[in-house]
Design a protein around this ligand. Structure first.
Ligand code: FUB
Ligand code: ZN
Length: 640
């Protein structure tokens, strides 16, 4: 491989595989012009980035770097061993945002933060504020929990963002020294308890054309699964050190760890042309999506280890669904889409974007959900924006957490969101997500530029206007989501289009327009019969949005007393309403036995709102899965 040090000609992309079915588009090729995601990007830029920096300054996580540089470290150190990674994820988010908007103030922030980080680097490339300095534990003594390589992985991803958006410079130099150090120290043994270094090394290696880094990522991957990490009460599956990655059949253990590892495995498989490794991850994805994924796209059912449960273990009230696991799941699916071209991966990405990534941040961008349950039994306490939340759950978004991995992960994902909107092939452009945007890319026959106008996800009409096109035919491919049966494409004449990919392959002319109509009627969704925890319930979805009921809309009625009738769903004046009744009685007696007699109240219309906005109006009970009234059970189209 040769060394390449320029910016990405596409303007910056988080993932640039050197081969594969699809080519990702960059910040210069896609621009959001308004709508759902543009609003979130603006808030992210205007509020979240500064918010994260303020908190890390206030808590001393940034000053940890200064203390190392000044030689004033000691036994006391604020933050967890992985707090350095939050600084790196923030820098990464700033780099994508800077690449997107060009805001000059951001460049200065990136330089300022980079300088503080760089001063803490040891002469041999080691860079960590928790270990290896006076008064601190020695380096690499606690591979299970120390997160040293994990932190470095995030540093490398930040450097990739900087390199691709601004070119070579201090951050890239720092990261290169850190990566070289890792390759030297871990040439023959050792893995980190939290995967992430693998993804960092693989992408940094791609960005620099440095095969040594990719090879080191492969070593880490193949070393895992042989029980080299200490056994712990949660078992070695917690850090995926129980089964070699090529033999594993599903995602398991700590969800973020499992998914970062899988993302890296796809990168390595693609770079090293390792088909068996790629197929192993495809199989694991399939298994986990079929059996271990929530309706929201959330992953992770267990609080005890922030981890995947067994197959079908998907309790709505105890759902963990960490926001970071949503980010990591998107990382895996995106890489699999690029490698294989399969749009199923973009289907899951859409679900996760709208129902996990959009759910986490409060609309002002200054508080976040960490866990994303599908049922909140009692309203949470109002969040206190001035204090650090000691817990991941609780029913209110928190300004900051003791373990605050999610806010910076949301920030870097939102800043680069539009790079997931489309992908390209030799002679096709494929729209994967729908948002008001302009997309311009060079295909084999020449430049193809389109403008997308839509109010999606509020409205399902998507107009694609051609701005310029090659003289020869090209293929415009549109993803039709799996829920969109009845979709219609108007391409000079209307025709029904089935879920999957619809292809228009012809000569396009500037000025012409195509219209895709995705039906967004609200619909009931039944759980498969094996998902025990929500048997007897239905959920309501509208387009890509999962909806929920909030107790705030039910004065005088307990949300958990409400039953719905799965034939009564209407949409009026933009509101989705389900026919419902409140059921009374039974609280004081033994809650098991033969069916009791409960009193059913008068029918009323239950308002359902997008899950991504729950608790936005204040503390509330909430549920996605709604019990079906006894008389109504047996109706509907239930999956097996
Ligand atoms: O351990 C680092 C991060 O903190 C994990 O990815 C999250 O799950 C949280 O535990
Ligand atoms: Zn997190």
């Amino acid at each position: 491989m040769t060394t390449v040090l320029g910016t990405d000609p596409a303007g910056g992309r988080p993932v640039v595989p050197s081969r594969g079915d699809r080519r990702p588009l960059g910040l210069k090729e896609v621009t959001l012009t308004g709508g759902f995601w543009a609003r979130r990007q603006e808030t992210n830029a205007a509020e979240t980035l500064a918010h994260c920096e303020r908190w890390m300054e206030k808590l001393g996580w940034l000053a940890n770097f200064d203390r190392v540089a000044d030689g004033t470290t000691g036994p006391e150190r604020p933050g967890w061993p992985f707090s350095d990674s939050e600084v790196y994820k923030l820098i990464e988010a700033m780099c994508w945002e800077h690449g997107r908007s060009g805001a000059p103030g951001l460049d200065e922030s990136i330089r300022r933060l980079t300088a503080r980080v760089g001063r803490a680097q040891d002469a041999d490339g080691y860079l960590n504020t928790c270990f290896g300095h006076p008064g601190r534990p020695p380096r690499y003594r606690d591979l299970e929990d120390g997160h040293e390589l994990y932190n470095t992985g995030h540093l490398l991803q930040a450097a990739v963002a900087r390199l691709r958006t601004a070119g070579d410079g201090d951050l890239v130099d720092i990261a290169r020294r850190a990566a070289d150090h890792v390759c030297d120290v871990f040439a023959t043994a050792g893995i980190c308890g939290h995967p992430e270094i693998e993804a960092g090394l693989a992408e940094f290696g791609r960005a620099l054309g440095e095969s040594r880094y990719v090879e080191q990522a492969r070593r880490f991957l193949d070393r895992r699964g042989h029980g080299t990490l200490r056994d712990i009460p949660l078992g070695r599956a917690y850090f995926q050190d129980d089964v070699p990655i090529r033999e594993a059949t599903t995602f398991r253990g700590h969800a973020v760890r499992a998914l970062y590892l899988a993302a890296a495995a796809v990168d390595v498989a693609v770079e090293l042309d390792d088909a068996p490794l790629l197929h192993a991850i495809e199989r694991q994805w399939e298994h986990a999506v079929a059996r271990r994924t929530y309706l929201t796209g959330g992953m992770g059912s267990r609080h005890q280890d922030e981890g995947f449960g067994e197959d079908w273990e998907l309790p709505p009230d105890r759902a963990y669904c960490e926001t970071c696991a949503g980010v990591a799941s998107i990382m895996v699916s995106w890489r699999l889409h690029l490698a294989t071209g399969d749009v199923r991966y973009a289907d899951l990405m859409e679900r996760t974007f709208y129902n996990i990534i959009a759910t986490s941040p409060r609309s002002d961008g200054k508080a976040f959900f960490y866990a994303n349950p599908l049922h909140q039994r009692a309203p949470g306490k109002p969040g206190d924006d001035a204090t650090v939340s000691p817990r991941a759950e609780g029913g209110s978004r928190a300004a900051w957490f003791d373990v605050s991995c999610c806010p910076t992960n949301v920030a870097r994902t939102l800043a680069s969101w539009h790079t997931y909107l489309a992908s390209a092939g030799e002679r096709d452009l494929t729209l994967l997500q729908y948002a008001p945007s302009r997309v311009t890319t060079d295909l084999a026959g020449g430049r193809f530029a389109i403008e997308v106008a839509t109010a999606y996800p509020d409205d399902g009409e998507v107009t694609i206007r051609v701005l310029s096109a090659p003289r020869d035919p090209v293929a415009l491919r549109l993803r039709v989501p799996p829920w969109a049966s009845g979709a219609v494409l108007d391409d000079g004449g209307e025709r029904p289009v089935a879920p999957g990919l619809v292809t228009v392959d012809r000569v396009f002319t500037a000025g012409e327009a195509l219209r895709l109509r995705l039906p967004l009627r609200p619909r009931f969704t039944w759980p498969g019969r094996r998902v025990d925890a929500v048997r007897g319930c239905v959920a309501v979805e509208r387009g890509p949005l999962v909806l929920c009921a909030e107790s705030l809309d039910l004065p005088g009625i307990r949300l958990d007393d409400v039953e719905v009738h799965p034939a009564g769903l209407t949409e009026r004046d933009g509101r989705v309403l389900a026919r419902a009744r409140a059921v009374a009685g039974g609280e004081r007696s033994w809650p098991y036995g033969s069916p009791g007699t409960s009193e059913r109240g008068a029918a009323f219309e239950l308002e359902l709102v997008p899950y991504h906005r729950w608790a936005e109006r204040g503390p509330t009970a909430m549920r996605v899965w709604l019990p079906v009234g006894e008389t109504a059970r047996g109706e509907g189209d239930r999956p097996e």
